[in-house]
Design a protein around this ligand. Structure first.
Ligand SMILES: Cc1cc2nc3c(=O)[nH]c(=O)nc-3n(C[C@H](O)[C@H](O)[C@H](O)COP(=O)(O)O)c2cc1C
Length: 206
């Protein structure tokens, strides 16, 4: 099967940016579902379907942000970050969670993954699922970008999975990985120039 216009896909991939200045109403439910459907076409190990998504309603956000903020505050204090920087970082994270027009949480489940007694292979197996999650999120981000939406990835749930699960009443088998914030780019948004990367620096032949 040949793609009649690979340049259109190349352009869509190149045009995607993480856009953090979001505004506007929540995405319509059909649009959220269309983006999640794109995520669900990602490659996955052993024909598994390890991805799960949660659309987090505004009503749940404060509790969620509080729980995650408490966990992060303890981490930052442990790191010895000065009080003012801690407060700034915590307030910014909270704003991003609470103010996102649409907030999606992506999770992984282990269904269908091989089980190994040894740590090396068990970790590698979970790594396979995480690779698939990255592919799923990229699909979603590209779909958002192609629709003129703004979107970006927040990795904080990976650092506070128990708090996220508890705040959203999720099953213990759902492993929180990341948020995707979605909305419309605000009026100040200007796409940054991605540096021209010299392929030779990232690529070898053997
Ligand atoms: C695994 C992963 C975690 C990320 N976590 C965050 C995050 O917590 N907060 C954030 O603002 N951006 C996050 N990003 C987005 C990156 O900062 C962004 O992709 C990078 O700066 C390159 O910009 P671009 O996406 O516009 O090309 C994350 C991206 C990935 C792949």
């Amino acid at each position: 099967m040949t793609n009649p216009d690979p340049s259109a896909l190349d352009a869509a991939i190149s045009a995607r940016r993480s856009i953090r200045g979001l505004e506007g109403p929540p995405l319509p439910p059909e649009q959220v579902e269309a983006l999640v459907a794109l995520a669900l076409t990602a490659p996955a190990p052993h024909h598994t379907e390890p991805w799960r998504f949660v659309e987090v309603s505004p009503a749940r956000r404060a509790t969620l942000a509080d729980a995650m903020g408490a966990a992060r505050a303890a981490d930052l204090e442990h790191d010895g970050l000065p009080e003012a920087r801690r407060a700034w970082a915590l307030a910014r994270s909270r704003r991003r969670i609470v103010d996102a027009p649409t907030l999606l949480l992506g999770c992984l489940v282990a269904d269908g993954l091989n089980e190994y007694a040894d740590d090396r292979r068990a970790r590698a197996e979970w790594g396979l699922a995480q690779h698939s999650f990255g592919a799923a999120l990229q699909n979603l981000l590209l779909g958002a970008s192609a629709r003129g939406l703004g979107a970006y990835w927040i990795s904080a749930p990976l650092y506070a999975p128990d708090e996220v699960r508890a705040a959203l009443d999720l099953d213990a088998t759902w492993h929180p990985q990341a948020f995707v914030c979605l909305g419309h780019p605000n009026a100040e948004y200007v796409p940054f120039d991605r540096p021209d990367r010299d392929v030779a620096r990232f690529f070898v032949r053997r």
